[in-house]
Design a protein around this ligand. Structure first.
Ligand code: BGC
Length: 734
């Protein structure tokens, strides 16, 4: 750094969008559209050649949306022409695989992955994603998203790990470990980015970016909790949120970014702004008179890198020169960004081997992980004995529905993938069911769920004639390369949470034919459809299961795989029930709605299996450990059937008397347990007392003495849980 000019140091803090992405973005967009878009980019008065020159001049330290290895190398060779030859740090939204790059492995989306309750899978997915990223020239995953999802109207549900802060934090931590592998030193690792700080996942009206007004207590106990876990796991970057928090836009929230996360939690990495959010301090939030003031507010509050575009460098330079911003602030930001580049080995080798790319992406091992992840994540919601389909002599299955043979199963943050690298529901059924004696056909259905017409429904009803079973795939589309056709995803919030368009009419019409129907939801959202829950014999929530999704769905339908996923968020019966979460306060349901049910359609942690598990013999005790104490808990689980299966054992607790109100239950541990037919196993948990902590009357984080009830079972629903209490006789402060 001693060799760098002020301008070069600020240059490291500047990020731009990759050239190809830029040229594909709409050239006709108005300045206002550019500002309001979170996907397309355009730089007024700057052409690609000008940006290239800025790299050579050392004025750009980072790029995002570089979607091919060739382009990554091209950019790095420009950086090699700069005075100090500092390589570029290339970031990408690789949130469930390096899926913005064509030809890569697309793993189940985060909300889907979360249903597996598998930290091990999250780790493996992140590890393999890191390898595919390095193969194509990226070094920085804008992942994990550790937003705690508290409103399913939000378009971004699929990007999250659901509603529970402990589950979100644990899966986020595993992904960070998989990406960074401790201190990310080495050429096969990437840096992670926990986002979005903070609380944008319970927007006041469900709409992305809308304001968040939240008490300090909820902020810390719900929304900040996974960020603390991420910092403890060594996450090297954090991204600020689009939204304001209690009147202060997150991008200038010094108390959150600096006082709490850097000072109190001990964050050692750097902050990146979200897409054009520094600009929005002036242009949306009206808290800055001009861009320069916006830059001052955000950099002073903690932002180290600007996503994305021109004028940031000049603004910071002017602010340092005028004495408004200390040069030390620039030094601190630059030092962290350079540290990442050094550790990632970019000074030794900024380029990737183009010839090796094909061998390093969508590998056999990565496909196997994607398949295993889909198998473990798919949730069986309803089954009155229709599933699995048993061996048949010449029975006929018709596969149809808007999502039966499309790539919508891939989810958001994915670019167009070759069709030979995606197994759709139809293709999965077609590959597997004939081996078991079934004929499988497709009735191609209108893929635009929002635009289903009478004729589409009538044709489907005609088509099922003569078939013994229907597999019907409905749900959402969050593919960003079909921006205008999406029904979910970033900036696609809804004022409802049921099936889009006339999909329910389609389901009902096919149900009326009397042909047994297996319904498959392909959606990153919980869908509030009580009629389906009450009337259909078999319902599968497959989420957005990724490249291999169709195979995993077929294996579950045909009984090759026993389903084991559990819902990582509560499914309400209607949008009017929101906010509906399992870890609510005691008074939340003191009263009932005048008309209609007050209970959810499916509780958090719910999911069926072809096996039947029984819990018994819950034992609990306290152990004193060197650092702090822990609760030891064991429970017996019996597989009451002859079918091998996996149960996700969930442990919740409740503080029976506390100085301020606390949730009726909170998840503190979980484990996937594989059981052979009729096998019984005793499962042991050791739960650090710290996991029971909360903020007391004085906002001190502690565990108060008294009784704690522990609940263990198959879901968060009371009827699924067995209980035992333990008394803690002292107060713990953290
Ligand atoms: C999203 C971020 C993402 C960024 C870069 C923003 O619109 O909020 O999550 O990382 O774009 O693509």
């Amino acid at each position: 750094m001693a060799r760098m000019s002020l301008e070069e140091k600020i240059g490291q803090m500047c990020q731009f969008v990759g050239f190809n992405y830029l040229s594909q973005s709409s050239a006709e967009m108005s300045a206002e559209e550019v500002l309001n878009s979170d996907s397309d980019a355009r730089y007024e008065d700057l052409q690609v050649k000008d940006i290239a020159q800025m790299v050579v001049d050392g004025k750009i330290g980072s790029f995002l949306h570089v979607l091919s290895a060739e382009e990554a190398n091209q950019l790095q060779s420009l950086a090699q022409k700069s005075r100090l030859k500092i390589p570029l740090l290339i970031g990408i939204d690789a949130i469930h695989g390096n899926a913005m790059v064509t030809g890569t492995t697309v793993y189940p989306s985060p909300i889907t992955m979360a249903a597996s309750f598998s930290n091990e899978l999250a780790y493996r997915i992140a590890r393999e994603t890191a390898l595919e990223m390095r193969a194509t020239g990226s070094h920085w995953a804008f992942s994990p998203n550790v937003d705690v999802l508290r409103d399913p109207r939000w378009g971004r549900v699929g990007e999250t790990f659901g509603e529970d802060p402990f589950l979100v934090g644990s899966l986020g931590k595993s992904m960070i470990e998989g990406y960074q592998m401790e201190d990310f030193t080495g050429s096969d690792k990437v840096i992670a980015c926990a986002k979005h700080l903070v609380a944008g996942s319970e927007p006041s009206n469900g709409l992305n970016v809308s304001e968040m007004d939240v008490s300090d207590r909820t902020l810390r106990e719900i929304f900040m909790k996974p960020f603390k876990t991420a910092v403890d796991a060594g996450v090297f970057t954090l991204m600020a949120a689009h939204n304001e928090v209690n009147g202060i836009p997150a991008h200038m929230h010094k108390e959150i970014m600096t006082d709490i996360v850097r000072e109190e939690y001990g964050f050692k990495g750097f902050y990146v702004s979200d897409w054009l959010d520094i600009e929005r301090l002036e242009l949306l939030h009206n808290v800055a008179a001009d861009f320069k003031e916006a830059v001052l507010l955000s950099v002073d509050a903690g932002i180290d890198m600007h996503m994305h575009g021109p004028h940031f460098l000049e603004a910071v330079q002017a602010l340092v020169t005028s004495g408004d911003l200390p040069e030390a602030r620039v030094d601190a930001a630059c030092a962290k960004i350079l540290e990442a580049k050094f550790r990632l080995g970019l000074f030794e080798q900024p380029f990737v081997e183009i010839d090796a790319v094909e061998d390093r992406i969508f590998t056999e091992a990565h496909r196997a992980t994607a398949l295993e992840a889909a198998r473990q994540s798919i949730i069986l919601l309803e089954n009155d004995g229709l599933l699995p389909l048993t061996k048949s002599s010449k029975k006929r299955i018709l596969v149809t529905g808007p999502n039966a043979n499309t790539h919508t199963q891939l989810g958001d943050w994915v670019m167009n993938q070759p069709s030979d690298k995606v197994i759709t529901v139809f293709e999965g059924m077609q590959a597997l069911a004939p081996k078991m004696g079934y004929d499988v056909d497709l009735h191609a259905f209108n893929p635009r769920a929002a635009l289903i017409e009478d004729a589409d429904i009538e044709q489907a009803v005609q088509a099922v004639h003569g078939y013994d079973y229907i597999v019907l795939a409905v749900g959402d589309n969050s593919l960003r390369y079909q921006w205008k056709e999406r029904t979910a995803g970033e900036n696609l919030a809804r004022s409802d949470i049921n099936l889009v368009g006339r999909q329910l009419d389609l389901v009902q019409a096919l149900h009326r034919t009397g042909v047994p129907l297996v319904l498959v939801y392909l959606s990153g959202k919980p869908l509030a459809e009580p009629w389906i829950a009450e009337n259909l014999s078999a319902v599968i929530a497959a989420g957005e299961p990724g490249s291999m999704g169709g195979q995993a769905i077929a294996e579950i339908i045909m009984g090759e795989v026993n389903p084991s996923g559990k819902t990582p968020l509560t499914t309400p019966r209607s949008v009017g029930q929101l906010r509906m979460v399992y870890n609510h306060k005691p008074s939340q349901y003191a009263k009932q709605y005048a008309f209609g049910a007050t209970t959810p359609l499916y509780p958090f942690g719910y999911g069926l299996s072809y096996s039947d598990f029984e819990y018994s013999d819950l034992e609990i005790g306290k152990v004193e450990l060197e650092e702090s104490d822990a609760i030891r808990l064991s429970v017996k689980i019996e597989n009451k059937t002859a079918i091998e299966g996996t149960e996700i054992v969930q442990v919740y607790f409740r503080d029976q008397v506390s100085s301020v109100t606390r949730p009726v239950k909170e998840l503190v541990a979980y484990r996937r347990v594989d059981l052979a037919g009729n096998e019984t196993e005793t499962v042991h948990f050791e739960i650090p007392v710290e996991r029971l902590a909360f903020y007391d009357l004085k906002m001190q984080r502690c565990v108060e003495p008294g009784a704690f009830e522990f609940m263990v079972g198959a879901s968060s629903d009371d009827s699924d849980l067995i209980r035992k209490s333990i008394h803690l006789d002292k107060r713990y402060d953290f």
